[in-house]
Design a protein around this ligand. Structure first.
Ligand code: FNR
Length: 196
């Protein structure tokens, strides 16, 4: 008997069409272990600015928030690729996490991994540190290691956004294998039931 194959949802903290972080998640989705599936959440832009008045006025939250919450609830793990804006996580990502920390609390006890790509030399170290702080506050079970900081992102992907750095590809495959292991380790048995 083995556990049901885990499903990972990828969330990029950038709305930019040619986002390096979205490219990184696409590469991650093709780097998961054989018994794991992954898809990307593509409509973060539909999450409105957090507003407690709107929260009170719309039980269940606005449609853009409900959809994100449901996608996360249906996943066994969340992989967040964050850009770095002014040495922290971007506002669109923090805004979404603020909504998610409220009704439903889908981040609580959720296995999460973080990585990130930036054009700078430090590869989102500070953004990931700030993101981890927020996720811990929301009760997420954040994979402590390995870490993956993608610096000089413009050198890692080709013109079509495909990962073209073999060393990074190897690190990403190890990272995804570790995340699948982390999900298996921290998920209670009744959430990943055995299959024959
Ligand atoms: C940046 N960028 C940036 N990079 C970095 O390494 N450290 C930083 O503090 C910042 N600050 C920053 C602020 C703002 C407002 C912007 C728009 C950009 C550069 C950033 O990492 C780069 O634009 C990435 O390519 C953004 O990620 P996506 O959109 O490609 O996923």
């Amino acid at each position: 008997m083995t556990h049901r194959p885990p499903h990972i949802l990828g969330l990029a903290g950038s709305l930019r069409r040619a986002s390096w972080n979205r490219h990184l998640l696409h590469a991650a989705a093709t780097s998961v272990p054989a018994d794991t599936t992954m898809d990307l959440y593509e409509t973060l832009a539909e999450v409105p600015l957090f507003d407690e008045d709107q929260e009170l006025a719309t039980p269940g939250g606005p449609p853009g928030v409900r959809r994100l919450r449901e996608a996360i609830a249906a996943a066994d793990g969340l992989l967040i690729a964050t850009p770095e804006y002014n040495h922290a996580l971007p506002g669109v990502l923090k805004n979404a996490l603020d909504w998610l920390s409220r009704e439903g609390q889908v981040l609580d006890d959720l296995p999460v991994a973080v990585l990130g790509a930036s054009s700078g030399p430090w590869g989102t170290r500070l953004a990931q540190a700030s993101l981890r702080q927020v996720l811990h506050t929301c009760g997420a079970l954040v994979m402590p290691s390995p870490t993956l900081f993608v610096a000089h992102a413009e050198q890692r992907f080709d013109a079509r956004g495909r990962l073209c750095d073999p060393a990074l590809q190897a690190s990403l495959s190890r990272f995804m294998e570790s995340f699948a292991g982390w999900i298996d380790r921290v998920t209670p048995d009744d959430r990943l039931p055995d299959v024959a």
